[in-house]
Design a protein around this ligand. Structure first.
Ligand code: GLN
Length: 479
């Protein structure tokens, strides 16, 4: 109903709509969509209280940039005094002690945080089936996954339970669920948004990203959460995103595609849709170039070696002493560590901790970890070179549409391969967006990915906007 924030803001300012109505609307949709399992907690009372407060600010012309925007937040981002489960049993009873910078910046601009969304445990997964609190369902077909790990956030936007949502993207966890759920999902350049208060999975890959139904909302939220933060030394001081939807100069942008991306393993219908879009861009006067990134075929391998290594180190802190759940039946302290971790972690998280410990162990470090780091550098170099020739790169976002719940859960390698198009942008740090590009013969959404130069989010957003607005078949809710 509230299709975009710009319009909503006009209606709020002219008194046509009250913030309480907005909050009530989304709360009722959350209630209606309960069976989708998108939320782990909903902050009804606080949201209504804040609605009143922000309404007063609006009336006195002191409201922030996001006044009345209802936003859901993935449950790996901290919000003080609220549960922070990371969809894990080990943090079942944990309450956040402080608020993540990205979330605080939303609050400071008078957004309303409506709840915390379900996800894969510690953001590890591509289907949202790894949550200790049950799988999330895809609103297009409830027998299918919404993608992961930020599946709850993607569904909350797709099923109109909030206007925008925050997710996190370490290897595609915003873009792949956006692709499966037919919404926009963007991961900014690494360092653009502070990671303070984001529960670490793989620190050199983790980013905070945004889900939205239109590019203006996406750009606005991204801009608000961006910027240097003294609590995160990897956050970067670069000019704000400052997006405007004037796309007159768009055709100056040179667009590339990587031929190898359209090879075996890519679903035929997705292949056709993405190719058709590239053709349409060409017909619209864009310069399109075939480019080569010879090392990107090793992305998934390098990604899973490096991220599991970082995860094994980051997750060492959950030992039953400092955070969350402690196993009861232990005699020695060592037993207590072992039992707490055995009972607290799910099987995917355990698999990754073991894999990561293995690739970091003496004897294997050089063969796996160090080698994967070199591959990461080669991939980065490929992209640097490619971006000397083109401004943006178009690719599929995922090799398949939303698969069935249970279909890949016992086959981790098949699951990992679903990340083939998204992991590259995390290895390199470049910004990337997934936009809805159409639907397949099953009626399921197909996503298209646009990757840009470091810190050039604006060009990514502009091409995305152009494609959604002007290329037939690229509507936000295709079909
Ligand atoms: N699907 C990927 C993984 O399982 C990406 C996760 C993420 O981006 N958080 O690691």
């Amino acid at each position: 109903m509230f299709s975009n924030y710009k319009k909503l803001r006009e209606n709020l300012e002219s008194g046509n709509v009250w913030i309480k109505e907005v909050v009530d609307y989304y709360l009722s949709n959350i209630e209606k969509g309960k069976h989708l399992n998108a939320f782990l907690s909903v902050f009804k009372e606080e949201a209504l209280e804040r609605a009143e407060l922000i309404q007063q600010k609006l009336n006195s012309n002191t409201a922030g940039k996001l006044a009345g925007m209802v936003i859901a937040v993935k449950d790996v981002l901290s919000l003080k005094n609220k549960p922070l489960t990371c969809a894990s049993k080990i943090l079942e009873n944990f309450t956040a002690l402080y608020t993540a910078t990205s979330v605080q910046r939303l609050i400071d601009e008078d957004a309303i945080i409506i709840g915390k969304t379900n996800c894969d445990e510690f953001a590890m997964g591509s289907s949202n089936e790894n949550s200790a609190y049950g799988a999330v369902k895809n609103p297009y077909d409830e027998t299918r996954v919404p993608g992961g790990s930020s599946g709850g956030s993607a569904v909350s936007v797709a099923a109109d339970m909030c206007m925008t949502a925050l997710g996190t993207d370490t290897g595609g966890s915003v873009r792949q669920p956006a692709s499966f759920c037919g919404v926009i999902g963007m991961k900014p350049t690494y360092g653009r948004v502070s990671r303070y208060g984001l529960t670490a999975f793989a620190s050199s890959f983790d980013t905070v990203g945004v889900f939205a139904n239109n590019i203006n909302d996406c750009a606005l939220v991204l801009d608000v959460i961006s910027g240097k933060d003294e609590m995160d030394s990897t956050s970067v001081d670069v000019p704000a995103i400052n997006y405007n939807d004037d796309i007159n100069d768009i055709k100056k942008l040179k667009i590339g595609y990587v031929k190898e991306n359209f090879a075996e393993g890519l679903d035929k219908e997705i292949y056709d849709v993405i190719n058709e879009k590239i053709d349409k861009l060409r017909q619209n006067g864009f310069e399109i170039k075939e480019i080569h990134t010879p090392h990107s075929k090793y992305s998934v391998q390098a990604y899973y070696i490096l991220t599991t290594a970082e995860a094994s180190s980051n997750l060492a802190r959950y030992d039953g002493v400092r955070y969350g759940v402690r196993a009861k039946e232990s005699v020695t302290i060592e037993e207590m560590y072992i039992n707490s971790r055995t009972e607290g972690f799910g099987s995917e998280v355990k698999r990754r901790i073991m894999l990561g410990t293995y690739v970091l162990s003496a004897g294997y470090y050089d063969a796996y970890y160090k080698k994967a780091q070199k591959v990461r550098r080669l991939i980065k170099n490929d992209f640097r070179k490619a971006f000397e020739e083109v401004d943006l790169i178009i690719s599929p976002a995922a090799p398949s549409d939303a698969f069935k719940i249970g279909e890949k859960v016992d086959d981790p390698l098949a699951m990992y391969l679903n990340d083939i198009y998204t992991t590259t942008a995390n290895l390199t740090g470049n910004p990337a967006i997934c936009i809805p590009a159409g639907r397949d013969s099953k009626g399921l959404p197909i996503g298209l990915q646009i990757t840009g130069k470091d810190f050039d989010e604006v060009s990514v957003l502009k091409l995305a906007d152009f494609m959604i607005r002007y290329l037939p078949g690229s509507s936000q809710f295709p079909g």
